[in-house]
Design a protein around this ligand. Structure first.
Ligand SMILES: Cc1cc2nc3c(=O)[nH]c(=O)nc-3n(C[C@H](O)[C@H](O)[C@H](O)COP(=O)(O)O)c2cc1C
Length: 361
């Protein structure tokens, strides 16, 4: 007997599709429940939707066959799966609950290949993991219920606040990197995110040079080091300190697998006859470059990758431009070292909220 799939509200499906973490509840033969947070993707076809979650290569304390969820599904295929939004603005609280039947899908068995493709499209981290050789869990929905605060349709169309808060607080400046390469899609997604920053007149007055080739990186590091040495010597710095700082900077430029040089690009901005307004226009562009870099850093961090903002190019823009062979209208403003942190950096504490808000008392 074939069971027909339930009619699914497209809004509920969209809600499930857009979230990044679900909670999968299973029960063992005695009915003892177990809930785990999981990464998942939706496979949608004319027959309906299937939720797939991998037995992936993230570190586990036990072999996948011994995972409680795997043993539970073998004993009782009935599962619940919930995705939710918690936001401090409670008018946007929402969840979608799927009740269904789960099964293990072995490699080379449909829809295993579709599941792996969907998971990799959703989570770039999976592109570097050997998902092809491990089974996935497929959940066929039998009933879908959803709840939105006050029943407001589409009230939680915006992505969840807790995720943003975690990204904003979690991002950190990393200055020592492992040699592991960074997947190009993560870098491209980050530059795409930078493109969504606010900018004066929406003109996006910035471009990003991605430096990966060893010879280009060496040319950049060499040229900047020579200029920096001159500048530090000019400041009368102790020779040993100059050498130490240069070594540190050189090491970062050589070990970070990717360097991104955000450049100001003023050609599309308005021109003013007076210096005051012209300067304001350029300051707006620089402010916007900062916003774009923050988007870039948050996107990298969301992709599991860290960045370290270095101001050095600001002090020698022509040197950087020449070393990289950049077009004359590009003004290098920073250098973002991109890679996987060699260790967790020490975080600088932040000012308390009361100090950030200007008060009139
Ligand atoms: C415009 C700008 C320039 C920066 N330049 C450097 C730099 O040259 N070297 C460095 O180690 N960190 C640099 N930083 C990173 C800051 O030191 C860092 O953001 C700050 O200490 C807070 O730490 P966190 O980013 O881990 O929260 C820069 C940050 C900004 C916004």
């Amino acid at each position: 007997m074939t069971e027909s799939k339930p009619a699914v509200d497209p809004a509920d499906l969209a809600f499930i599709r857009e979230r990044r973490v679900g909670h999968l509840a299973t029960a063992d033969e005695d009915g003892a429940p177990s809930v785990v947070p999981v990464c998942y993707a939706l496979i949608e076809d004319v027959g309906g939707a299937t939720i797939v979650t991998p037995l992936d290569a993230k570190p586990k304390t036990v072999d996948w066959r011994s995972l409680r969820r795997v043993r539970n599904i073998a004993a009782r295929p009935k599962v619940s799966f919930v995705v939710d939004d918690y936001v401090e603005d409670w008018s946007r609280l929402a969840w979608v609950l799927v009740r269904g039947r789960a099964r293990l899908v072995e490699p080379a068995t449909p829809p295993h290949a579709d599941a792996v493709a969907a998971l990799r499209a959703k989570y770039p981290q999976y592109r570097a993991m050997p998902l092809d050789d491990l089974p996935v869990i497929a959940i066929e929905p039998r009933a879908i219920r959803s709840w939105r605060f006050g029943g407001a349709a589409g009230a939680s169309a915006r992505p969840g606040g807790p995720e943003l808060a975690a990204l904003v607080r979690g991002r950190r400046s990393v200055r020592a990197f492992r040699a592991d390469p960074v997947p190009r899609p993560i870098v491209e997604r980050a530059i795409e995110a930078a493109g969504w920053a606010p900018s004066p007149h929406g003109r996006q007055p910035w471009r990003f040079a991605v430096v990966e080739a060893p010879e280009r990186r060496a040319a950049l590091a060499g040229a900047m080091a020579a200029t920096w040495r001159e500048q530090l010597n000019l400041d009368g710095q102790d020779a040993a300190i100059v050498q130490h700082r240069l070594n540190q900077s050189r090491e970062r430029l050589h070990t970070a697998p990717v360097l991104i040089v955000p450049c100001l690009y003023l050609s599309d901005l308005d021109r003013y006859p007076d210096a005051g307004r012209q300067a304001a226009e350029e300051i707006m562009a620089i402010q916007s470059l900062g916003a774009a870099v923050q988007n870039l850093l948050l996107s990298l961090y969301a992709g599991g990758v860290d960045g370290g903002w270095m101001c050095a190019p600001l002090f020698c823009p022509e040197v950087v431009r020449d070393a990289l062979g950049l077009a004359p209208e590009l003004i290098p403003h920073a250098l973002i070292a991109v890679g996987y942190a060699a260790r967790d950096p020490v975080r600088r504490p932040r000012l308390p909220l009361e100090q950030l808000i200007v008060s009139w008392e």
